[in-house]
Design a binder for this molecule. Structure first.
Ligand code: HEM
Ligand code: HEM
Length: 484
């Protein structure tokens, strides 16, 4: 057993050395990189040069590391997979490499930008995750270490789950920097489009997660989905009611429209909260959030635009958002007849139920892709609205696929018995249920994995420390099972 642990030591040492080199390197790179501002024309925020191959490599590697590996690794961490550490280590090494490439680029030059500023914070978060991760991996589980370990796991877990949001932001900042967009006068409009568009996508992601793996959790809260939706809508409405207009000043531009949008959100949100309970206090579904989505789509697509292209994109955005609302109404009223889900634990949803979340992703990308600067760039390049809208829909499909894959990765471990069983609490009891469509071997392994997973979840940290031998044995068995 000891040897097994020692056997892992060189790997950990390797990470440690990489880490130390990285810290020293970061400082040096930050100092070496002071070529900002050269060759940038007056009134613009990038030079006329093309992006060079070093920066392209930076972008590609960061997309792989932060966009694909870290989110996948996050799910692997949550399900305690033995692949968590290898995946996150690979991601970290790539991210550090690409960090240096970001500093080393020639070619296009950039004005001081949020992406460059935010980058150090991102790397600090990453290094602290790696640091905590190494600590956890060393399995120091006795005495003081044993007492603080649960808190370290918590902290590592919370930061890990916040990371996708930070990554999203840094990617968006990267896009702004690359094109020199959203500076000066354009900042406000960019904020509006990217925050709102991002919110639609986040809403879509949350609905996807709740649809596929969140039903049992929802039941435990004793509230309906619409209670939470309406609460957020009402809160957001309050904020927008007071922040979209400089109170005391003139009503300018689209002020009034934005403010009225805020007003309708909290008005409707309150109704949605009220209608989310039956007389006896049990949770009840309602159509208010769907209605709010429809009205929002109508309101936002009707803003007057300067360019023909912009009109088309905004119209399509409005249709897509309204479609999200209408399909939601059909789902709740006609398909589910006010039930929470098709099955008790929400496994095997009706195919129609994927529509509302997906349309939210699509409307989010359409809205994020409809700022004045983007419209002008495309219009000048003679890109038609058809190709552009299809491109944005493609991006929505890719993200939708990725989120579905991640949720699946989680689901096959958390609910390993497949669609037939009724309640995950009964996991292990209805073992036969999962075999139906899966073939015997696969089902068998899933059941075995499930039992081991359940055990893992039930063992407290103390018991684990006292009974290390058995734990180690469990690991070997689990690894064997995963390899099989
Ligand atoms: C190479 C660096 C890393 C190592 C060695 C490492 C190690 C670990 C270990 C050993 C656990 C299991 C903790 C336990 O159950 O006792 C864990 C959990 C976890 N890790 Fe990492 N990790 C690393 C990087 C990351 C990164 C970069 C993220 C961010 C996406 C992350 C996210 C998570 C999450 C979300 C959990 C689950 C925690 C929970 O369920 O509350 N890890 N990690
Ligand atoms: C989360 C992942 C990423 C991190 C941590 C990161 C980090 C960095 C760093 C440290 C720099 C050098 C900043 C400086 O000049 O001081 C940089 C530059 C740059 N990155 Fe990223 N990057 C990431 C992802 C991306 C993506 C996805 C894009 C693509 C759109 C991108 C586009 C750029 C551009 C255009 C620059 C040049 C900006 C400049 O020199 O000021 N980055 N990045």
């Amino acid at each position: 057993m000891k040897t097994a642990r020692l056997g892992r030591a060189p790997g950990m040492g390797g990470i440690g050395i990489t880490l130390a080199v990285a810290v020293v390197g970061f400082a040096a790179a930050a100092r070496a990189h002071e070529h900002h501002g050269e060759g940038i024309p007056e009134g613009k925020f990038i030079s006329d040069d093309p992006i060079d191959s070093i920066l392209w490599t930076h972008i590609l590697i960061q997309i792989v590391a932060w966009g694909i590996l870290f989110p996948t690794g996050m799910v692997l961490g949550i399900i305690r997979s033995r692949w968590h550490v290898p995946v996150q280590t690979t991601g970290a090494v790539l991210a550090i490499l690409a960090y240096f490439l970001g500093h080393a680029h020639k070619g296009r030059q950039f004005a001081p930008n949020m992406h460059a500023k935010f980058a150090s914070a991102m790397m600090l978060v990453l290094l602290s995750q790696v640091g905590l991760g190494i600590y956890l991996k060393l399995h120091l589980e006795r005495g003081f270490n044993g007492r603080i370990r649960p808190y370290i796991v918590k902290a590592h877990g919370i930061v890990g789950k916040i990371m996708p949001v930070l990554i999203w932001t840094q990617f968006v900042f990267g896009g702004f920097a690359a094109l020199g967009f959203c500076f000066g006068d354009h900042t406000g409009q960019c904020l509006a489009h990217f925050i709102m568009g991002g919110a639609f996508i986040a809403y879509g992601v949350i609905l996807t997660i709740l649809l596929l793996v969140g039903q049992l959790w929802l039941r435990r809260t004793g509230r309906s989905q619409e209670f939470f939706d309406s609460l957020v809508i009402a809160a957001w409405g309050c904020v927008n009611t007071f922040t979209e207009h400089r109170w005391g000043g003139e009503w300018v531009g689209n002020d009034l429209q934005h403010t009225s949008m805020g007003v309708i959100w909290w008005c409707a949100g309150l109704v949605g909260i009220w209608l989310s309970r039956r007389r006896d206090g049990s949770p009840k579904r309602n159509l208010i959030p769907a209605l709010v989505i429809i009205l929002t789509g109508f309101g936002m697509s009707a803003h007057p635009q300067h360019l023909e292209l912009s009109n088309h994109v905004h119209t399509m955005f409005g249709y897509t958002l309204m479609a999200a609302g209408f399909t939601r109404i059909i789902e709740i009223s006609i398909l589910l007849r006010d039930k929470g889900a098709t099955t008790r634990d929400g496994s095997d949803p009706n195919s129609f139920q994927y529509l509302p979340p997906f349309l939210l992703y699509a409307s989010g990308f359409l809205f994020m892709g409809a700022t004045e600067e983007q419209m002008k760039l495309l219009s000048d390049a003679h890109v038609t609205h058809v190709s552009y809208i299809l491109l944005l829909y493609s991006i929505a499909f890719v993200l939708f696929l990725f989120v579905n894959m991640l949720v699946h990765l989680y689901a096959v471990h958390a609910f390993p018995l497949g669609p037939v069983h009724k309640d995950a609490d009964a996991a292990g009891v209805e073992a036969n249920g999962g075999l139906a469509g899966n073939g015997h071997l696969r089902g068998d392994r899933r059941v075995r994995d499930a039992e081991e997973f359940e055990l893992e979840g039930l063992i407290s940290e103390d018991e684990r420390a006292e009974d290390e031998d058995e734990d180690e044995e469990g690991k070997v068995r689990r690894n064997g099972a995963a390899r099989a």
